[in-house]
Design a protein around this ligand. Structure first.
Ligand SMILES: Nc1ncnc2c1ncn2[C@@H]1O[C@H](COP(=O)(O)OP(=O)(O)OP(=O)(O)O)[C@@H](O)[C@H]1O
Ligand SMILES: [Mg+2]
Length: 338
């Protein structure tokens, strides 16, 4: 039996500072996440300069806490993995400097990881993956359908032309007077509505895997403004449910078509919006009807965390595909070439 591979992973691409220790790409020994959301909430979104500064303040104790919770000594680490991109450049640099320092001090390999590869491989923490698979990635910065023909190989089938799903949830939430980040609040409100307020479906180029969300967002804003002008009370729960259902129907429809067309043996869900209960239920129902096994990570592995970065890094560990110590933060990074 090969010796245990223990990867220390670091994630600082946006506003979560996280470190984790994961064994053999699947066994999470620790996954410490410190969210800055309380700090950014007053601005209604992430302020990059503040985010980097907060990462600098937390990164050392987060790494120490991850090692402590895992009960793993420094000498027992096999490699250190880090999110190289995409993300906020100042935030990424903090994680990279920390990871390079650990790699150099302990003389262990450094593994640079694509953030979205991490979101997709969060699913490996749940179950063995079967290929080819189709991943629906829905997060704060991405709406993407990804074909994964074999481990660690990514082909983007289609993506959003404007706002990502998470961004759309956050903007609509803001219009409804809900706090940032709005996704979880829309999710909660939608569940309270008996009937959805009808809203259009944006099947942009329905034969493609292209997404677009601004039309739907504008329709929601128009509805809210009309109600306000007439002095009517906005049916917030109904709007939340109508918006959520309109988003979900398009996401699920295109995902199922991608699964059929690529002969997928599994469908996996990834990214912060994957925590949405409506999306999980509808995708599960669609996959059940069409016979595609579905893998969905638990909520704590959907939003940014370092355990998912370790899970993706393990693929590179197996291939001995290590990164030199002079890798740079890549705010824009291609998933295919990760
Ligand atoms: N239950 C939910 N329903 C809908 N959206 C949600 C839910 N929970 C979280 N979100 C949304 O998920 C997003 C955050 O996800 P994530 O942390 O993966 O994004 P990110 O890391 O900022 O972006 P990216 O991964 O693209 O760089 C936010 O927009 C948030 O509103
Ligand atoms: Mg993310």
């Amino acid at each position: 039996m090969s010796p245990t591979c223990r990867i220390l992973a670091i994630e600082t691409s946006c506003d979560e500072t996280s470190a984790a220790v994961v064994e053999n790409g699947t066994v999470v020994r620790s996954n410490v996440v410190s969210s800055q959301v309380q700090v950014h909430r007053q601005y209604g979104g992430v302020v990059p300069e503040i985010a980097s500064r907060k990462h600098v303040e937390s990164i050392t104790w987060i790494i120490e806490e991850a090692l402590r919770q895992a009960g793993v000594g420094r000498s027992e680490l096999s490699a250190v993995a880090v999110t190289q991109g995409p993300g906020l450049v100042g935030s990424l640099i903090v994680g990279l400097v920390a990871a390079k320092t650990v790699a150099a001090a302990l003389d262990i390999p450094l593994i640079g990881v694509h953030h979205i590869a991490g979101h997709i491989y969060a699913n490996r923490l749940v179950r063995e993956l079967e290929y080819p698979l189709v991943a629906l990635v829905v997060s704060g910065g991405h709406t993407e359908l990804v074909h994964v023909p074999e481990p660690g190989v990514f082909r983007i089938l289609g993506q959003t032309r404007d706002d990502a799903a998470g961004e759309a949830f956050d903007k609509v939430a803001r219009a409804l007077g809900l706090p940032y980040p709005g996704g979880p609040h829309i999710d909660r409100l939608a569940a309270e509505a008996d009937v959805p307020v009808p809203l259009p479906r944006y099947w942009l180029e329905s034969a493609t895997y292209v997404f677009r969300s601004r039309g739907l967002k504008s329709a929601v804003l128009a509805l809210i403004n009309q109600a306000k002008m007439k002095g009517d009370v906005v049916n917030r729960a109904g709007v939340a449910r109508g918006f959520q259902e309109a988003v979900i129907e398009v996401l699920v429809g295109k995902t199922l078509r991608a699964a059929r067309e690529t002969g997928a043996r599994q469908v996996v869900l990834a990214g912060g919006v994957a925590a949405n209960r409506g999306l999980r239920e509808r995708l599960a129902a669609g996959c059940r009807e069409e016979g595609f096994p579905l893998v969905v990570p638990p909520a704590e592995y959907c939003t940014d965390n370092a355990a998912m970065i370790a899970a993706a890094a393990y693929l590179k560990w197996e291939k001995k595909s290590f990164s030199p110590l002079d890798i740079k933060a890549e705010p824009v990074m291609k998933l295919e070439a990760w």
